[in-house]
Design a protein. Structure first.
Length: 747
C-alpha cells in the first residue's frame, strides 16, 4: 500500500518536473524567437545576406579557393561565420571586428573540421567504429569539443555519417563504415558528445551532420562523382544515419557535393526542405559544402552564379560556404523578385537562432578563455584516453600459431618498414589542429615499452610509395638478427580522405616486396598496417604470420599498438567495412541480396550462378570480423518464443565461453534475415551487438531483444512495416556466422 503511494507520488513528481522542463523550454524558445525576430526587423538586406555567408580564414585551406579579404568582409558585415580560425587570440581578434565594428554587433560563429579530435587526436573515425564502443566514441567527441571550445571554436563540421561500401573512395576513413544500423548509433553518439545537454555551455559545440546526402556512394568510388540509386536504397541504407544525428539534436547540416538522381544536393528542395525539415522536423540551419553552390554551374543545373544562388537558397540552403555567391548575387536576386524576402528571413532566422543557442549574444567571447586554453588541452587524462581508445580500435586480422602477443622471452626485436617511425603518418587525414610532431610512433612506443629489457633494431626498408630497394639489405639484416619482427606497412595518411580515391587499393610501392624478403628470414613476424580504408591484402594474409590493422591511431598510436603487441591489451576490435580480396569485387558488403541465382560454394561446377570465374565471392575478411588473443565459443541460440505477434518482442540469448588463455572482450553480433519479403531483403542485417568482457574459462549469457519495428523495411509503396512470416536470426562473432534459429512473426 505504502509502496503504491510512494510510486504514485514519484510519478506525479516526475510528470511535474517534465512539465516544468517543457514549460521552461517553451519560454526559452519564445524568448529566443522574440530576440531573433526583433533583430531581423532591424537588419538591412545586406546585413541579412552577410549572415548567410561563411568564409575561411587564411590559416588552413580545406578547399580549392580561399578568400583573402575575410577581415574586410567581417568589418563590412558581409560574413556571418568564419572557419579554419582557432586559438583564443585569433578568434577574439576576428570576433572583435564583428562585435565592435559592425552596426548591429552580431557575433560570428566559428567552425572547423574536428573529425577525430581537435588537439588530442583519436583514431580516424573508421577505426573508432571498429571499437563498437559508443561510450568511448561519445567521450572522444566530448574531449574534442572541450579542446575546440578552449580555442575559440563553437561549431564543428562533424559528424560525417556517410555510409560507404566502396573502399576506393578515400573518405571511407571519415565515416563509420558500411552498416546503416551501426552507423546510426555512432552518428547519435557523436552528436551527443559534441553538443552535450546544453549548447550554450562554454565547452560544447554545435554539430554539423554531413554530407547530406548519400555522398558515400559516388560511382566507381571517385570522390565528388555522381550518385544514383533507387529511392528504396536511399531510404533504407543511406538516409538513416543523418536522421539519427538530426534526432539526436544536431544543430546544423551540410549539403553534399554530389547529385542524387540528377539533382545536386545543394539545390535539392526535396532533400533540404521537404524531407529534412518537413518530414524529419529539423529546425537548425543548412550550410553548403565548400563552394558547392558555385559548383551547381559545373553540375549543369545553373547557367551562372546568380542562378546557382537562386536555386540553392530556394531549395533551403541557408549558408554559402566560401563561394561568395550569396554575398555577391543575393541582393540582386531579391530585388528582381527571384528570391523572396521571406526566404531570406527564414534562413537568417535559423542562423541567428544557432548563434543564440550557442550563447553568443550573451557573450560573444564565451569560447575565448585563455585559462581554459592553457589547462584543458592535451591533458594527461586526454592522452590516457586516446591511448586506450586507440588500442580498442586496433583489429587483429590474423594470428597463426599465436605469433602475438610477443613472447616475453625474446632478446631482440626488429622494427622495420616505412611506417615504423613516421610521425607525420600517425594522425591520419582531417586531423584538425593535431600536431604530428607530438605523436608517438610505433618505434617509440615499442622502445618505451621494452626499455632496458629488449634490444630494439630499426630499419626503414623502403619509402611508402617508391620503387627503390636500397634499404632492403639493411632491413633483412635486422630481421635476421632479431627474435621477433614487427613490420609496419601501409598507406601514407594523405592517401585517404578527401580527394584521395584510388583504383588500386593494395599496399603501395614496393612494400610487399620488402615484406616477402622479411618473411623469408623466417622469424616470427607481425605486420602492423597503417591505412584509412580496407586494403587488398590477400597475399599478406597468406604469408604473414600475424596482421594487426592499426589504422591511423592518432596522438598515442605507437603506445597503443605496443600495448597490443606485448599483450597488455587484448585486441577486441572488429572491422566495420568488408575487406575485399581484390578491387574487382568492389563494391562488396555483407548485407547484400541473395539474387535469383545464388552461388553455392559446395557446387563449384554450377556455371550459371552469380559468381566470378576468377575469384571466390566471399571477401577476405567479412564485416564484423576481428580476432582476440583468446578464443570464444558460441552456444546455439535460445529464443523465449518461436512466434510472436506484432507489437510484441522476442528475446534471443547465447552462451559465450572464453575457451582460450586470456581474459578478453568479445563483440557479439545479432543479424536477421527476412526470408520472404514483399521486396527482396538482404541475406543478413545487423540489428544488435553487445560488447562484453569474459574472463578466461568463463561463460557469459548474452541476451538481445528484438521488436517488430527492428524487422521493418520499406515496401513497394514505400510504407515502412514488418512483414508476418519466417525470419532467420543469427548471433555470432562476425557477419559470416551461420549460428542461427528461425522464428515467425504472426499476422
Ligand atoms: C569537405 C567538408 C569540409 C569542408 C570544410 C570540404 O571540402 O567536403 O567535409 O567540412 O571542406 O573544410
Amino acid at each position: 500500500m505504502l509502496r503504491n503511494k510512494i510510486l504514485v507520488a514519484m510519478i506525479l513528481l516526475l510528470s511535474c518536473s517534465m512539465a516544468f522542463a517543457q514549460e521552461k523550454k517553451t519560454t526559452e524558445n519564445e524568448k529566443m524567437e522574440k530576440f531573433v525576430n526583433d533583430l531581423i526587423q532591424k537588419m538591412t538586406l545586406e546585413e541579412k545576406i552577410g549572415q548567410m555567408s561563411l568564409f575561411t580564414s587564411g590559416w588552413t585551406i580545406t578547399g580549392p579557393v580561399m578568400s583573402k579579404d575575410y577581415r574586410n568582409y567581417i568589418r563590412k558585415g558581409k560574413a556571418g561565420g568564419i572557419f579554419n580560425a582557432y586559438t583564443v587570440d585569433y578568434v577574439k581578434d576576428l570576433q572583435k571586428i564583428a562585435v565592435e565594428e559592425t552596426r548591429l554587433h552580431i557575433p560570428l560563429i566559428f567552425g572547423y573540421d574536428v573529425i577525430h579530435g581537435h588537439r588530442t587526436i583519436f583514431p580516424v573515425p573508421l577505426a573508432q567504429a571498429s571499437s563498437w564502443d559508443l561510450d568511448a566514441i561519445e567521450k572522444s567527441e566530448r574531449i574534442a569539443a572541450t579542446e575546440a571550445t578552449a580555442e575559440g571554436l563553437n561549431w564543428v563540421f562533424a559528424p560525417m555519417v556517410d555510409i560507404a561500401r566502396d573502399p576506393r573512395w578515400g573518405r571511407v576513413m571519415e565515416g563509420a563504415g558500411e552498416d546503416t544500423w551501426l552507423g546510426s548509433q555512432i552518428a547519435a553518439a557523436r552528436v551527443k558528445g559534441f553538443q552535450g545537454d546544453d549548447l550554450s555551455a562554454a565547452n560544447t559545440v554545435m554539430a554539423c551532420v554531413k554530407h547530406f546526402a548519400a555522398y558515400g556512394a559516388p560511382q566507381a568510388g571517385r570522390d565528388y562523382n555522381t550518385v544514383d540509386m533507387s529511392e528504396r536504397s536511399l531510404y533504407e541504407w543511406y538516409l538513416p544515419p543523418y536522421k539519427a544525428a538530426v534526432d539526436a539534436g544536431a544543430g546544423s547540416v551540410m549539403s553534399s557535393f554530389n547529385e542524387i538522381a540528377g539533382v545536386p544536393s545543394t539545390s535539392n528542395r526535396w532533400l533540404l526542405t521537404d524531407l529534412l525539415r518537413g518530414n524529419w522536423g529539423f529546425d537548425g540551419f543548412v550550410v553548403s559544402d565548400y563552394t558547392s553552390v558555385n559548383e551547381l554551374i559545373k553540375h549543369g543545373v545553373a547557367a551562372d552564379s546568380a542562378s546557382a544562388g537562386q536555386l540553392a537558397v530556394n531549395a533551403g540552403l541557408d549558408m554559402d560556404m566560401e563561394g561568395s555567391i550569396y554575398a555577391d548575387y543575393m541582393k540582386g536576386l531579391v530585388e528582381s523578385g527571384k528570391v523572396s524576402v521571406e526566404t531570406i528571413n527564414e534562413s537568417v532566422k535559423r542562423i541567428l537562432e544557432a548563434k543564440y543557442k550557442l550563447g553568443l549574444f550573451d557573450d560573444p567571447y564565451r569560447y575565448c578563455n585563455k585559462e581554459r586554453e592553457k589547462t584543458e588541452i592535451m591533458t594527461p587524462e586526454d592522452h590516457a584516453f586516446a591511448r586506450k581508445f586507440a588500442s580498442e580500435s586496433i583489429v587483429l586480422l590474423k594470428n597463426s600459431g599465436q605469433t602475438l602477443p610477443v613472447s616475453k622471452k625474446i632478446n631482440t626485436i626488429a622494427v622495420i618498414g616505412p611506417l615504423a617511425d613516421s610521425k607525420e603518418n600517425m594522425l591520419g587525414g582531417w586531423s584538425g589542429a593535431g600536431e604530428w610532431k607530438k605523436c608517438v610512433t610505433l618505434l617509440e612506443g615499442i622502445k618505451s615499452k621494452t626499455e632496458g629489457k629488449i634490444r630494439v633494431l630499426y630499419a626503414k626498408g623502403c619509402d611508402i610509395d617508391s620503387k627503390s630497394t636500397k634499404g632492403f639489405g639493411e632491413a633483412v639484416k635486422a630481421a635476421r638478427q632479431a627474435d621477433f619482427v614487427v613490420l609496419a606497412l601501409g598507406e601514407s595518411s594523405d592517401m585517404t580522405g578527401e580527394a584521395s580515391s584510388r583504383t588500386d587499393i593494395s599496399i603501395p610501392g614496393n612494400q610487399m616486396e620488402l615484406a616477402r624478403q622479411i618473411f623469408s628470414a623466417g622469424k616470427p613476424t607481425a605486420v602492423v598496417l597503417f591505412n584509412g580504408r580496407p586494403l587488398t591484402i590477400e597475399e599478406l594474409d597468406h604469408s604473414a604470420p600475424a596482421i594487426l590493422e592499426a589504422w591511423y591511431g592518432g596522438t598515442e598510436a605507437g603506445n597503443a599498438i605496443a600495448d597490443i603487441l606485448f599483450g597488455e591489451v587484448n585486441p577486441s576490435a572488429k572491422i566495420t567495412m568488408t575487406f575485399p580480396r581484390s578491387v574487382g569485387q568492389v563494391p562488396i558488403f555483407y548485407n547484400s541480396k541473395n539474387t535469383g541465382r545464388p552461388f553455392d560454394a559446395s557446387k563449384p561446377e554450377d556455371k550459371f550462378k552469380s559468381r566470378y570465374i576468377d575469384s571466390p565471392n566471399t571477401p577476405l575478411y567479412p564485416f564484423g570480423y576481428g580476432l582476440s588473443y583468446t578464443t570464444f565459443k558460441y552456444s546455439g541460440i535460445k529464443l523465449d518464443k518461436s512466434t510472436f505477434a506484432k507489437g510484441d518482442k522476442i528475446k534471443a540469448s547465447v552462451n559465450i565461453t572464453n575457451t582460450g588463455n586470456y581474459d578478453g572482450d568479445e563483440i557479439a553480433q545479432l543479424y536477421v534475415h527476412d526470408v520472404v519479403g514483399e521486396v527482396t531483403r538482404p541475406v543478413k542485417e545487423l540489428k544488435g551487438f553487445r560488447k562484453v568482457h569474459i574472463a578466461k574459462g568463463e561463460t557469459l549469457t548474452v541476451t538481445f531483444e528484438l521488436k517488430d519495428n527492428d524487422l521493418a523495411y520499406y515496401h513497394q509503396d514505400m510504407s515502412y512495416a514488418c512483414d508476418p512470416g519466417v525470419f532467420e536470426l543469427f548471433i555470432g562473432s562476425d557477419s559470416s556466422t551461420d549460428n542461427k534459429v528461425d522464428f515467425t512473426v504472426l499476422e
